[in-house]
Design a protein around this ligand. Structure first.
Ligand code: ADA
Length: 576
């Protein structure tokens, strides 16, 4: 996997990024034509990538095949896919190796007893939707397809460390931590073996034991608790990271962790006992020239622009982001809200209550928690976005996801983006109330008052409702708000759609929310303009969601400077 550090010094890992054979399969003939074994020679594409950026395939929705010949010295191989959008069927030398559903999380597949020499890895990718898709077909982002993040092949020998995560509890004074690792050890060999296992936190050995594992089996062990004295906390102004090294006699796995305490209490957010105001932005991991196969260099530039605007947090709207982006947030002390792609406006109420959908969403939460658990930057898990949480059909999903994330998600705030806040019946299933509302942009039926009035009225109404519900201890944030500003569109009178209207609206909202004691923070919608799905219709000028404060090529609009002025002012106030 592409990370900001080397995950292995011992394990033999080879990237399979680069040129792959490619072929669309619009009529689904590929299986019968034996493409799992051999694709027609011809077109090559670059992986990671999305096929939509290839000329003529912008709007292609369907199946496509990727194939790569690679050399190996043989043995037990593990294939790692950082993300395939959306459904993947993987074959090795034409034989099925495994499948995965979901476009934004890593999956791994093991092949044992592979002979030395050249082999063929084939992936059939399908980005179509059905009644059980997550997201459903109607979303406000583009339906890309492809192998969108890195691919690698590992040679496993002996007993290997395939997974590790750190759990810890900080002392009340935050100076020490009681910690323990969970390790997954896999025996790649053909007979039972034992190995010494060691865990180092920075250079300190915190665990050592002798572990036996049967051939082809995985054992999960939880180390005894150990104490970390004089903890260097991870914080926004001092993002201290510790290196983790797990070693067996034949393998290694490295990661980074941070010690911090995030709390939603007393109507506010606290990081390491210090109250923090969330100065946030929603960001899609998308670019018109790369789709969702987002290059690392552009991630860095996005983060530079976001931090320059005075933000201290990013919401990964609306799906798990690249692990390498999370590494950057860990390094730079940026708080992150991570969620799965349940984009509610596309889900009919009965679909939300469908047990298959609920189970698939739970699996997506499980995957996200598993792979992203050690990132200290992730302080918020988002359960879903704008589902009909005012209807009974949404209660079971919210109940299941909330309890799963509280029991398995580590020290994180659990929330969801609510766009029916006055009628919402799921607010018991969140630690922080997050509201999406677009007063000043989407017309309100029968309301003609100016948004400066309607926003104030709304905050007062919701303040009352929160008190009636007895939820005044729950912090409230604006998860989304704003409006479109077409880049380069100016008029003398700041009409809707101009950069100036967008800047005025955001500037007003930020000041109003910042001054309101109920509000614990804001996430502006959104960072950059994004290409959006045709299903979003014509109210997305040029087929884009134009509510970015920069355009899709990261050129700043007037709104960028309005947000920057507000957030830098709020940041200065917080330093007093
Ligand atoms: C919703 C949704 C966003 C985007 C936004 C908009 O809040 O969560 O993804 O579609 O509306 O631009 O209308």
């Amino acid at each position: 996997m592409r990370r900001r550090f080397d995950e292995h010094e011992i394990r033999d890992v080879r990237s399979l990024d680069g040129a792959w054979l490619f072929c669309t399969d619009g009529d689904g003939a590929g299986e019968k034509l034996g493409w799992a074994k051999a694709l027609p020679k011809g077109q090559k594409v670059t992986v990671p990538g999305v096929w939509n950026t290839q000329l003529g395939l912008l709007q292609y929705e369907g199946a496509a095949w990727y194939q790569k010949e690679f050399y190996t010295n043989g043995g037990c191989l593990r294939f790692c896919f950082d993300a395939v959008m959306t459904e993947a069927r993987v074959y090795l030398d034409g034989e099925p190796l495994g499948e995965h559903y979901g476009g934004f999380c890593r999956f791994e597949l093991i092949a044992r007893d592979v002979t030395p020499g050249y082999h063929t890895l084939t992936v059939r990718v399908d980005n179509r939707f059905d009644e059980h898709s997550i997201p459903q077909k109607k979303v406000d982002w583009y339906h890309y397809g492809g192998i969108t993040r890195g691919v690698s092949v590992e040679r496993l020998s002996g007993i290997c460390v395939l997974y590790q995560k750190l759990d810890y509890t900080l002392s009340p004074d935050l100076t020490s931590a009681s910690a323990a690792f969970t390790l997954e050890l896999y025996n790649a060999e053909k007979r039972k073996k034992s190995t010494r296992v060691r865990v180092l936190l920075n250079d300190l050995e915190v665990y050592r034991d002798e572990i036996a594992v049967s051939a082809g089996e995985t054992v999960t062990i939880k180390t005894p608790a150990f104490t970390v004295e004089n903890v260097s906390l991870w914080d926004t102004d001092a993002p201290n990271l510790y290196s983790v090294t797990v070693l067996t006699d034949t393998d290694d796995l490295r990661d980074r962790v941070g010690f911090r305490l995030i709390e939603a209490r007393d109507g506010a957010i606290f990081l390491n006992h210090r109250r923090v105001e969330l100065r946030g932005i929603n960001r899609h991991e998308e670019h018109p020239d790369w789709g969702m196969a987002f290059p690392q260099g552009l991630m860095e530039r996005d983060l530079d622009i976001i931090l320059e605007a005075g933000c201290n947090t990013v919401r990964g709207s609306h799906y798990p982001n690249s692990r390498v982006f999370l590494d950057m947030l860990d390094e730079r002390g940026v708080l992150f809200w991570s969620e799965i792609p349940i984009w509610g406006c596309g889900f009919a109420p009965e679909t939300l209550a469908d047990p298959v959908i609920i189970a698939r969403g739970l699996e997506m939460h499980r995957e996200m928690v598993r792979h992203y658990y050690n990132h200290p930057a992730i302080v918020i898990w988002g359960m879903h976005n704008e589902i009909r949480a005012d209807l009974p059909e949404s209660v079971e999903m919210s109940r299941q996801y909330y309890h799963y994330l509280k029991e398995n998600g580590g020290n994180r705030i659990v929330t969801y983006a609510a766009n029916h806040p006055m009628e919402d019946i799921c607010l018991a299933y969140c630690d922080m109330i997050s509201i999406n509302k677009y007063l000043g942009w989407y017309p309100q039926k029968g309301v003609s008052t100016h948004y400066t009035e309607t926003w104030r009225d709304f905050l007062d109404q919701f303040r009352k409702r929160r008190a009636e519900l007895g939820m005044e201890q729950k912090p409230v944030v604006m998860g989304e708000f704003g409006g479109a500003g077409i880049y380069g569109h100016h008029t003398f009178d700041h009409v809707k759609g101009t950069e100036e209207y967008q800047a005025d609206l955001l500037g007003f909202c930020l000041e109003l929310f910042h001054a309101d004691p109920m509000m614990a923070g804001t996430y502006v919608w959104q960072f950059a303009d994004i290409r959006t799905a045709p299903e979003m219709g014509l109210d997305r000028a040029r087929g884009y969601n134009n509510k970015g404060i920069v355009n899709e090529y990261r050129k700043p609009k007037a709104a960028y400077f309005a947000v920057r002025e507000a957030y830098l002012k709020f940041a200065k106030e917080s330093e007093k």
